[in-house]
Design a protein around this ligand. Structure first.
Ligand code: NDP
Length: 337
């Protein structure tokens, strides 16, 4: 059983050498009555929150990874054997699994059976999984959007951002995204239907850039990066604007987080700024599927994935999130069924 092992707790930027690949043996059976499920992992998800779990002291209710053990995260898998009455061999599932070829899962609370298989199975760690739910809940529930509003999204070409932009367009908003390369900017404008997009790495003055794209100001900011971007956005928000704080990836690897200077804008512009986590919204999952499946089938929502082939590529793929190497949702392909 090939596995990706977490070497030791991380400070600063994560490195490939913080993980290593090894092989061990596994009994391909789930003991009867054990309530455990033996799965073959097909697709593993690289998520920014995994950096939080690499720290000795993890925050936000996430548990730290255990040095010397495989990393864990969201994945799509096939049940090979089951000691649990709700699962049977052949079932396709998504939920928390190990970074390895086969996993004996005893904590199966997060496992969901996959019902719709007319879409790529990898979507269940992206568009139809946690990032999709994050975009859906964050945009519709937290941003309280209205047609015609001006929407700005950072890390817009990523797993979550690309969907927020498409949801906003479907509602009739004006949508601009920022991302870290020309390739991503082109993708946002030409494939994902954003009204406009810019490369934040080429802008010395983010305030001036935002004034260029939003001469009348921003109604909704979907925050994925934090730091300087948030500061520049605050002075460009409109009165009664909303900021949904989904993530602040620019801060996760810093020993000391950057200060935000322009918070007084919250007062003068009566801005509603709310942090949220997707964990509070999974009760909406059936409604989310009902909304999004037709969009996918009708081609109204598309999804860009970046697939790294093989478990050996997983450490590089995960680390790449923090330099923006991923174009779209970063997936690790372990096996294709
Ligand atoms: P992405 O697929 O967007 O990958 C991360 C991207 O962040 C990179 O591709 C890179 O894109 C950008 N990035 C990395 N470092 C920096 C930096 N220093 N400054 C600016 N941008 C940077 O990830 P996700 O879509 O999965 O996640 C997006 C955000 O949402 C993250 O902050 C994550 O923590 C958060 N999140 C929150 C959830 C919640 O429940 N609240 C759930 C899921 C995600 P680029 O090339 O554009 O720089």
């Amino acid at each position: 059983n090939k596995q990706v092992i977490f070497r030791d707790y991380v400070t600063g930027f994560p490195k490939e050498s913080d993980m290593y690949v090894t092989t061990s043996t596994i009994n391909l059976r789930a003991p009867e009555g054990s309530n455990s499920v033996l799965v073959k992992n097909l697709y593993l998800s690289c998520d920014p929150v995994m950096r939080v779990r690499m720290a000795r002291v993890s925050v936000g209710g996430f548990s730290s990874f255990t040095p010397g053990s495989p990393l864990t995260g969201l994945g799509v898998a096939k049940v090979l054997d089951s000691g649990h009455p709700d699962f049977k061999p052949g079932d396709l599932v998504w939920g928390v699994t190990g970074w390895e070829e086969y996993s004996l899962l005893s904590g199966i609370e997060s496992l969901r059976k996959i019902q719709h298989t007319d879409v790529p199975l990898s979507y269940y760690i992206g568009l139809l999984g946690m990032p999709g739910m994050t975009a859906y809940a964050g945009f519709y529930e937290v941003c309280t959007p209205k047609s015609g509003e001006y929407v700005f999204i950072s890390a817009a070409a990523g797993a979550v951002g690309q969907l927020v932009g498409q949801f906003a367009k479907l509602l009739g908003c004006y949508v601009v995204g920022s991302a870290g390369s020309k390739e991503k900017v082109d993708l946002l404008k030409n494939k994902l239907g954003f009204d406009d997009a810019f490369n934040y790495k080429e802008e010395n003055d983010l305030d001036a850039a935002l004034k260029r794209y939003f001469p009348e100001g921003i109604d909704i900011y979907f925050e994925n990066v934090g730091g300087k971007t948030l500061d520049a956005v605050l002075i460009n928000m409109r009165v009664h604007g909303r900021i949904a704080v989904c993530g602040m990836i620019s801060q996760y690897n810093l020993d000391e987080t950057e200060g935000v200077k322009n918070l007084t804008c919250l007062i003068y512009k009566r801005i509603h700024m709310q942090g949220f986590t997707v964990r509070d919204y999974y009760h909406l999952y059936p409604k989310f599927l009902e909304t999004v499946m037709p969009y996918i089938r009708e081609g109204k929502v598309v999804y860009v994935e970046d697939k790294a082939e093989g478990l050996e590529s997983a450490p590089t793929a995960l680390v790449g999130l923090f330099s923006g190497r991923n174009v779209g949702k970063q997936v690790v392909v372990v096996a294709r069924e």
